[in-house]
Design a protein around this ligand. Structure first.
Ligand code: HEM
Length: 148
């Protein structure tokens, strides 16, 4: 009888310990799931416009294939604020996205759909001086190809 009691107590203890162990394993499992799902849901931080533009430049120049060429008649179709291509020194730029942030305001619209080299260099509607080096660097973000 005495042994039987001890045996039951022992069995209960083991059972309890097993339960705790199971709980611990379940908890650990849940933690792992939370951690893993948390990590996989972490999206890379969205990049700003500049990076997008870099990609666009890449598409046309850095991917091993020759840059596209466009005729003046094709460029002439993109002649408004919602779709503005222009030619500067033989290179074609899609500046549509840049228009709202152009420091010279809507003056840039005068160049849409045409060879705007003269306008870019003279700024006859503005200071009458050429654009800065900064402006020349900036425009490369919008390069889409060469003039045919
Ligand atoms: C990719 C094309 C262009 C870029 C990246 C650009 C960039 C800039 C920048 C950065 C400025 C500030 C001043 C400077 O740094 O020189 C500026 C000013 C100005 N831009 Fe542009 N621009 C572009 C095209 C044009 C075009 C085609 C025109 C005219 C048709 C124009 C007319 C002006 C005017 C009038 C100003 C005001 C300052 C002044 O009169 O000197 N821009 N632009």
């Amino acid at each position: 009888m005495h042994y039987a009691k001890e045996l039951t107590a022992l069995t209960v203890k083991i059972n309890l310990e097993e339960k705790f162990m199971k709980n611990k394993i379940i908890l650990a499992g849940i933690l792992v799931i939370i951690l893993v799902s948390g990590c996989t849901q972490l999206e890379p931080v969205k990049n700003n416009g500049a990076a997008d533009n870099q990609n666009r430049t890449k598409d046309n120049s850095d991917n091993g294939s020759a840059p596209k060429t466009f005729s003046l008649s094709e460029i002439a179709k993109h002649n408004n604020a919602d779709d503005c291509w222009l030619v500067l020194s033989g290179k074609v730029f899609d500046v549509t996205e840049f228009i709202p942030s152009h420091p010279g305001g809507t003056a840039i619209l005068e160049g849409c759909g045409k060879d705007a080299t003269e306008l870019f260099e003279n700024r006859s509607m503005g200071s009458g001086t050429p654009h800065s080096d900064n402006a020349r660097t900036l425009r490369e973000n919008y390069f889409i190809g060469n003039l045919q």
